[in-house]
Design a protein around this ligand. Structure first.
Ligand code: TMP
Length: 217
């Protein structure tokens, strides 16, 4: 099973990826936890370029292509082999992030993004996606609180530095995608406590999937 975790900045999805992995481990199942951008050694370098707050002049199309390069490498090197071995993959951001950020956020052609995906994904699509939803203002406030707490300075803050209106467009994009694909994209109310958010996530994991894990040694 391939599960992706999506949401705007400060939605708490990264914490939940790890909690779900730990939960599945209790069922005797070790899943592959990964992320985008930066799920491979090459991807880590691409991530540095993409998120560096000093790269404010990065062109939107160049940005899109870098995310695609990261994804193509990640699918080939990590996701496809893991799924082929029958492992589950839990991925912090995947294709929906590009539609939300580069499509809705930057205003790039969404059909073009889908065309790139038909090359980069090799037919791999998530079985289930959790969308951690909260107002952009709240998410950004949380993201900045974390950045300040961590060190006061963060080199990876290029997206956090975007205007609130950008993050509102990204959120709108995610919600429209969830409305269009309700079977795959499940909305989680990310405004509540970490434990409550986790309960929502676990409640949405397919029972057949959990039972299958239970039978494993
Ligand atoms: P994160 O690791 O904190 O989620 O940061 C990744 C950043 O990259 C986040 O601001 C969203 C952005 N992003 C895109 O703009 N497009 C994409 O396709 C992906 C995967 C991430």
């Amino acid at each position: 099973m391939f599960i992706t975790f999506e949401g705007i900045e400060g939605s708490g999805k990264t914490t939940q990826v790890q909690r779900v992995a730990d939960y599945l481990k209790d069922y005797g199942h070790h899943s592959v936890v990964t992320r985008e951008p930066g799920g491979t050694k090459i991807g880590v370098k691409i991530r540095e370029i993409l998120l560096d707050r000093n790269h404010s002049t990065l062109d939107a199309t160049a940005e899109l292509m870098l995310y695609m390069a990261d994804r193509a490498q990640h699918v080939k090197e990590v996701i496809e082999p893991a799924l082929a071995e029958g492992k589950s993959v839990l991925c912090d951001r995947f294709l929906d992030a590009t539609v939300a950020y580069q499509g809705y956020g930057r205003g790039l052609d969404i059909l073009l993004i889908h065309a790139f995906h038909s090359i980069a994904l090799g037919g791999i699509l998530p079985d289930l996606t959790f969308l951690f939803d909260l107002p952009a203002e709240k998410g950004l406030a949380r993201a900045w609180a974390r950045i300040i707490k961590d060190s006061g300075v963060c080199d990876e803050s290029r997206f956090e530095e975007e205007a609130l209106s950008f993050h509102e467009k990204v959120r709108k994009g995610y919600l429209e995608m969830a409305k269009a694909q309700p079977a795959r994209i499940r909305i989680i109310d990310a405004t509540s406590t970490e434990d409550e958010v986790f309960r929502q996530v676990i409640g949405m994991l397919p029972e057949s999937f959990l039972n299958e894990k239970e039978k494993r040694p």
